[in-house]
Design a protein around this ligand. Structure first.
Ligand code: NDP
Length: 304
């Protein structure tokens, strides 16, 4: 973390680097002490350039931490039956402990059927109903990657979260809802806001912790933030940036960083905040599932 004259900037990139180091240690120990090589399979269907970059990054980091990595790149016109057959094959493969099918999938494939086909024991994205339920009642298992990353950054910055009022903006199954469960488990008082919330600024002003997961560039302004609050900006919004050259883009968060950093106690930047934590937490979840599949207790520093 680097202190500025205003908010502390929470450096997710460097935290994720440290986390990957810890993951590599656990992977090496699993190999040396139990003869287990944790394995992650990533499946991508179609040619979405953003998804391809993301999947390539996942595969590269999987190898870097010493895991077994398999990448399946299927053509855009792959049928639902073919994807399901691959998922069933990976479910049965003892070398694979985590299966991730990159979303979105082309329209001929029902994403819910794909998610339901993944063995919950290998569901490192924590999408299956079984794993969503486990997070809710606090049983060990994989935890949604982005909320897990946010929780790790919050704990690292604040220590205990007990008694803090957390306002989450966004109620998606991917981010908002699992974030709510994790913050409740850490004894926060949690408010979840969404598109029908009335007078959002006054609700955000009550928050000791703000988690913004909306998908609207710079929607949350500095004068919505309580002085000293910790702000976690999950948003990734790609906008045109002609000032950088023809066709260039840049990333903006859901929080107006320039005004918010003048008021907040700490804030995550975009890029370099929550983003790098998501892939690191996917790898952490693969260690967790590799342990659970083999009857071992997962490392407590890699989960919620
Ligand atoms: P969704 O579109 O699934 O959910 C957005 C949520 O924001 C919804 O609950 C919606 O409310 C709410 N919302 C929309 N407009 C408003 C508004 N004006 N006021 C209050 N609430 C509003 O998005 P995701 O949760 O998947 O993602 C959110 C953001 O996080 C995106 O920018 C995404 O790119 C980013 N993201 C980043 C990741 C990372 O690794 N850093 C990983 C995943 C996502 P309602 O339910 O009423 O429609």
């Amino acid at each position: 973390m680097t202190a500025t004259s205003t908010a502390t900037i929470i450096d997710g990139k460097s935290f994720a680097e440290g986390l990957r180091g810890r993951i590599a240690d656990h992977v090496a120990r699993l190999k040396a002490e139990h003869g287990i090589t944790a394995g992650l399979a990533v499946v991508i269907v179609g040619h979405d350039p953003g998804s391809q970059v993301y999947v390539a990054q996942k595969a590269k980091q999987t190898v870097e931490v010493g895991m077994h990595s398999e990448k399946y790149e299927l053509p855009e016109d792959t049928s639902e039956a073919e994807v399901l057959a691959l998922v069933h094959k990976l479910n049965a493969d003892p070398a694979i402990h985590g299966i991730l099918v990159q979303m979105p999938v082309p329209k001929q494939i029902d994403p819910n059927k794909v998610i339901e086909a993944i063995d919950p024991a290998k569901d490192v994205d924590c999408f299956t109903p079984a794993n969503v339920g486990k997070v809710q009642i606090g049983l060990p298992g994989p935890v949604s990657c982005t909320p897990l990353g946010c929780l790790m950054l919050l704990r690292d910055h604040l220590g205990t979260l007990a008694g803090k009022h957390a306002v989450i903006i966004g109620r998606s199954n991917l981010v908002g809802k699992p974030m709510m469960q994790l913050l409740l488990r850490d004894n926060c008082t949690v408010t979840v806001a969404h598109s029908r919330t009335v007078d959002l600024p006054s609700i955000v002003r009550q928050a000791d912790i703000v988690v913004a997961a909306v998908g609207r560039p710079e929607m949350i302004k500095g004068d919505w933030i309580k002085p000293g609050a910790t702000v976690i900006d999950v948003g990734i919004n790609r906008i045109d940036a002609p000032e950088r050259g023809p066709g260039k883009t840049r990333l903006l968060g859901d929080v107006e960083f320039a005004s918010a950093k003048e008021v907040a106690g700490a804030i995550t930047p975009v890029p370099g905040g929550v983003g790098p934590m998501t892939i690191a937490c996917l790898l952490a979840n693969t260690v967790t599932t590799a342990c659970l599949i083999n009857g071992l207790v997962p490392p407590s520093d890699l989960t919620a």
